[in-house]
Design a protein around this ligand. Structure first.
Ligand code: FAD
Ligand code: NAD
Length: 409
């Protein structure tokens, strides 16, 4: 029987799984296969320090090149996996070679949604997922005088902030009523709208993009359904992602908003696992499946998947966490709130100065907390979220009461 452990997707989740397998003593063949030609890298800098020219390329890599050979990881880059044969325990690569596996981890991540309007394939229409995309946007900011950003989610807001830092005029066109509305709700979404307006971004909400116009094959503006038009030297599109489930689906695994896995990150096939952006995992603390599209999940979840692959009895139950940096605002968020799934927001600190903690509550229970320009408090916020007891809003709001004592005895 084949003894190899195979990981498909050579990015953060894939590289972390390989690392944990070796740390935990797995000494069999280990194959990490990715369709990008780049060594496994982290994506957050691509819309922040790397895009801003403040970080060198070397700092994005999960491990230096030598690490893979030193740890006996057979790293195969630039080659997509084309199919999985669960019965034969084999994956087929695009070059038609086959690799057998004893256990298989899917860490195939996600891909940007394309904007389904005329002109969205013109030159100068830029998406951001890979390091080459970030290079293209950085280059664009050196020559463009104005850009239009479609979507006021994470990509839209972070690239808008980087554009302003490069002195480029920015219009952001968002279908919803506020930026990040589904994630943060109205009260906190407003903070991000104010932040960007204060930095000179022209934010437009409730818009319907009809067309990206072009001249000579290059985007030169965006036309809205109401007839209004915005000129642009380039258009950046950040309208969400879809999980890369194609391999899993074709192999007959259970899929639904990602590859469906249990709290141990096992798929419906006993020898196939999934982690990172692509995994829709049962979360014991929340009592439901969630798919998290953030860095900390891609960093930590594969460690659990790797241990499960080795037969250890572990579950993934970390509090979901993410962060952003935009202009002089840095924040961390811990917890999980369904869109509209809260009935109260409590602020502690100074909202005007953007130095505060926000808590989202439902029936008195703290579902999530976010620290903005206040540091070394996120562990305490996670403890409050994990605790699950009802909280007193006055105590939460009172900065005199340490977060560790906010729930009382
Ligand atoms: C620009 C940017 C900035 C971000 N900033 C933040 C941030 O500040 N904070 C935060 O919390 N999160 C951030 N994120 C989100 C975070 O980067 C993702 O959650 C994380 O990259 C997910 O990692 P992953 O390894 O699961 O998937 P991915 O990073 O998507 O990697 C999957 C890999 O698998 C490859 N692959 C797919 N299919 C195949 C196949 N069939 N064969 C071979 N290879 C395949 C893909 O090409 C890719 O290389 C950011 C994302 C982007 C794009
Ligand atoms: N700091 C971070 O955590 C961070 C940073 C960058 C990227 N990411 C991740 O990268 C992925 C992609 O980010 P994203 O910003 O593309 O997705 P997103 O889901 O965060 O935001 C997409 C935004 O586009 C809007 N939108 C959708 N269709 C539209 C249309 N036709 N016209 C105008 N607006 C439209 C949505 O209302 C939403 O506000 C996500 O998984 C995200 O979590 C995370």
């Amino acid at each position: 029987m084949n003894k190899a452990y195979v990981i498909v997707g050579a990015s953060l989740a894939g590289a972390k799984a390989a690392e944990t397998l070796r740390q935990e003593g797995f000494d069999g063949p280990l194959v990490l296969i990715g369709d990008e030609t780049e060594l496994p890298y982290e994506r957050p800098p691509l819309s922040k320090d790397y895009l801003l020219g403040k970080a060198e390329r070397e700092m994005i890599y999960v491990h230096p090149q030598s690490w893979y050979a030193e740890h006996g990881v057979d790293l195969r880059l630039g080659v997509p996996v084309a199919g999985i044969d669960p019965a034969a325990h084999e994956v087929t690569l695009a070059d038609e070679s086959r690799v057998g596996y004893a256990k298989l981890l899917l860490a195939t991540g996600s891909s940007p949604r394309r904007l389904p309007v005329p002109g969205s394939d013109s030159g100068g229409v830029l998406y951001l997922r890979r390091v080459a995309d970030s290079d293209r946007i950085k280059l664009t900011y050196q020559t463009a005088s104005r850009v239009v950003v479609i979507g006021a989610g994470w990509i839209g807001l972070e690239t808008a902030a980087a554009a302003r830092s490069a002195g480029v005029e920015v219009t952001v066109l968002e279908a919803g009523e506020l930026p990040l509305l589904r994630v943060l709700g109205r009260e906190v979404a407003q903070v991000f709208a104010d932040l960007h307006r204060d930095h000179g971004v022209d934010l437009r909400f409730g818009v319907q993009v009809a067309e990206i116009t072009e001249s000579g094959g290059r985007a030169d503006g965006v036309q809205l359904a109401d007839g209004s038009r915005f000129d642009a030297d380039a258009v950046i599109v950040g309208v969400g992602i879809t999980p890369n489930i194609q391999l899993a689906e074709a192999a007959g695994l259970e899929v639904g908003n990602g590859v469906v896995v249990d709290a141990r990150l096992r798929s419906s096939d006993p020898d196939v696992y999934a982690a990172g952006d692509v995994a829709n995992a049962y979360h014991p603390g929340l009592g439901r499946h969630i798919r998290v599209e953030h860095w900390a999940n891609a960093l930590n979840q594969p460690q659990t998947a790797a241990r499960t692959m080795l037969g250890q009895d572990v579950v993934y139950d970390r509090v979901p966490y993410f962060y952003t940096d935009q202009y002089d605002l840095g924040m961390e968020y811990a917890g999980y709130v369904e869109p509209g799934g809260y009935d109260q927001v409590v602020f502690r600190g100074d909202l005007e100065r953007r130095e505060f903690i926000a808590f989202w509550l439902a029936r008195g229970r703290v579902l999530a907390g976010m620290n903005v320009n206040i540091w070394d408090v996120n562990d305490a916020i996670q403890a409050v979220v994990r605790n699950g007891r009802t909280a007193d809003a006055d105590r939460l709001a009172n900065p005199e009461i340490p977060l560790e004592q906010v729930l009382g005895d």
